[in-house]
Design a protein around this ligand. Structure first.
Ligand code: CTP
Length: 389
């Protein structure tokens, strides 16, 4: 697809560079329009080098306008993305101004527009911005929620540009044309589980939930009804997904059971293998360190595989650090699932944006190159759609 990317004037403009790189890596064409403000943060040269295309900066360039008028720019795009969208740019879009190239083509376009805000938390929460964002949404523009966290200005709160991988996922969701999973109910588990030691302590693992959430988003964007059973993670619920939050493996097993029957289940969660034998009160510091007695948790995937309510397609995930493919082949038959997606988690996979996976099926092993987690999700969702159709 061809993305027309409008880069506004905020410090997050540097992340637009990473967005271009990701989109190009996925084979999409990117053409950039840089606003006057944006050009104070990144240069046309940077964007031209990354997009491998001409960069447009002004409405008043006779040569640009003769070769590629602003109407033409929007005509050639599948989708227009505004990232970062500053408070000023959002206000001008909401008011329907056309006082520069970016706003003129936004006013002239009939293409879908995805707006990715980034600004100081107070500017984002100001009633004027709240009003303007509501207006954009009422006008049919997709406006992403900014991320929460420490900001370049030293404050903390919502206002950060979402990570480039999340923007790619939103772009794919906005342009998904086929509801290839319409009418299907799919269960996804994601994240870690927390196993309480006592009322104030727990055992956890390093799963961030990002891969599972990306899969839930990809399935929902293809029209599936998605139930996402999520362990404790700090991630936003993808659009159109029914989320059930759980803490422990036992909670997760119960939530999975309650979601059945489903057409397919994708069990991405890193479920704790053991829980601690219940300690009803807070363990106090004594002379000797306490001994924890571990009890094995139920294997949710294996239980589902052998149950009478087994879905038509059951997919397990495996986090491995060595002999990834051999362990994955053995794990698939041990668990009784149809497909097993093995990740090599020996590097920065937990919490990171990319994943290298091997898909083990009846037909053999397919090794995918290292991809953004959203792209792994998109490919898997397409395969699920092919199989269920
Ligand atoms: N799984 C599960 N219930 C458990 C443990 C794992 O449903 N109690 C599921 C996971 O969601 C995943 C798959 O089983 O889909 C494989 O999980 P993994 O932790 O890799 O496998 P284990 O069986 O725990 O094997 P090991 O830790 O020995 O590699």
């Amino acid at each position: 697809m061809r993305i027309l990317l409008i880069v506004g004037g905020g410090i997050a403009a540097y992340k637009a560079c990473e967005l271009i790189r990701l989109l190009r890596k996925l084979g999409h064409g990117v053409r950039c329009v840089l606003t006057e403000g944006g050009s104070h943060f990144v240069t046309p040269m940077t964007l031209a080098a990354l997009s491998e295309d001409q960069v447009f900066t002004t409405l008043w360039d006779l040569k640009d306008e003769a070769e590629m008028g602003h109407i033409q720019l929007s005509r050639q795009a599948t989708l227009i993305v505004v990232a970062p969208a500053t408070a000023d740019l959002i206000a001008r879009m909401a008011a329907g101004l056309s006082n520069d190239l970016a706003t003129t083509l936004l006013l002239a376009t009939d293409k879908p527009v995805l707006c990715v805000p980034a600004m100081n938390v107070r500017m984002w929460q100001h009633p004027a911005t709240v009003r303007n964002v509501a207006q954009l949404r009422a006008d049919g523009i997709i406006v992403l929620e900014p991320d929460e966290g420490p900001m370049a200005c030293g404050e903390f709160g919502p206002g950060r540009l979402p990570e480039p991988q999340a923007i790619v996922a939103a772009i794919e969701a906005a342009t998904a044309t086929t509801a290839s999973l319409a009418g299907k109910h799919i269960l996804v588990t994601a994240g870690p589980t927390h196993e309480p030691i006592d009322p104030v302590r727990y055992i956890a693992n390093r799963s961030s939930g990002r891969q599972g959430f990306a899969i839930a988003a990809a399935l929902a964007s293809r029209g599936a009804r998605v139930t996402l059973v999520a362990g404790p993670v700090s991630l936003t619920t993808p659009a159109g997904v029914d989320r059930v939050d759980v803490q422990s493996a036992l909670d997760m097993a119960a939530a999975v059971d309650a979601a059945l029957p489903v057409d397919a289940a994708v069990m991405v969660a890193a479920v704790a293998d053991w829980r601690v034998e219940a300690i009803p009160q807070k363990v106090k510091k004594g002379t000797a360190p306490p001994t924890l007695t571990l009890v094995e948790n139920p294997d949710i995937l294996a239980t589902l595989a052998s149950s009478s309510r087994r879905p038509a397609l059951l997919i397990g995930f495996a986090a491995e650090t060595e002999n990834v493919v051999d362990h994955a082949i053995a794990k698939r038959s041990r668990k009784g699932c149809d497909w097993l997606v093995a990740n090599d988690v020996s590097g920065d996979v937990f919490g990171g944006g990319e994943n290298t996976v091997h898909l083990v099926t009846d037909a053999g092993v397919e090794s995918w190159t290292r991809l953004p987690k959203e792209e792994v999700a998109a490919r898997l969702a397409d395969r699920i759609a092919e199989t269920l159709s």
